[in-house]
Design a protein around this ligand. Sequence first.
Ligand code: DC
Length: 236
Amino acid sequence: MQRAAPKIIITLDGPAGVGKSSLGKELANALPPELGLAFLDTGAMFRATAYFLGEAAGEADGPDSLAARLEKLDFTLRGSGEASELLCNGRVPGREIRSESIGAAASRLALNREVRDFLRKAQQKIGAQYSLVAEGRDMGTVVFPSADCKFFLDARPEVRALRRRNQLLNQNAGKDAPVPDLECIERLIRQRDEQDRQRALAPLRPAEDAVIIDTSDLERAEVLAKLLAEVRKKLL
Ligand code: DC
């Protein structure tokens, strides 16, 4: 019987607005196609779960009914590189999960043990099927502790707020959707940092063996070049 080739896992952790998603996709795309690396956005899994569970996510339900509701969620992945798509119950979650309010709801939900256990198992299952660049908060510490290559990206909160605002402005170009001002975005980012870093379960922090990159004063292309150089050194 032929054994499946071992999967390569590259983890990319860091706080909100640091550019993990864009860089993760670009990294998966820039590496040789024969590696077949797909990009896994685990923040989108928390966001889709928050959206699916709705306002009263978690706390209002007893543990049984929360477990029963989580069991209705099925996460799968298709494609590779920049074309990777995460599906939730067979459908790619749309813009509805990208708002700041769903981001904040996802961060609150991420404190819940049952939700974390459920999503960790779903992430590890995907990691057993595909070679991945996996982005999130606890990829290198909890979900894939023996990953082949680990990164932790950071940047000053004001820099991340500016990047997030530009991203929202681009997404909303030509639409009538209001974009929060810079101060408001920075405040939300700081709140989310606090919640993600201080929580007891799988807090946001670099794995001991992660390469830490402060991207505050770097262009995205420069960060990508650093990531690629490190991956080539370790894996190719
Ligand atoms: O990366 P993001 O902004 O899409 O993530 C939304 C929230 O989900 C984040 O504030 C905390 C939570 N999250 C987490 O706890 N663990 C992950 N691996 C990914 C996201």
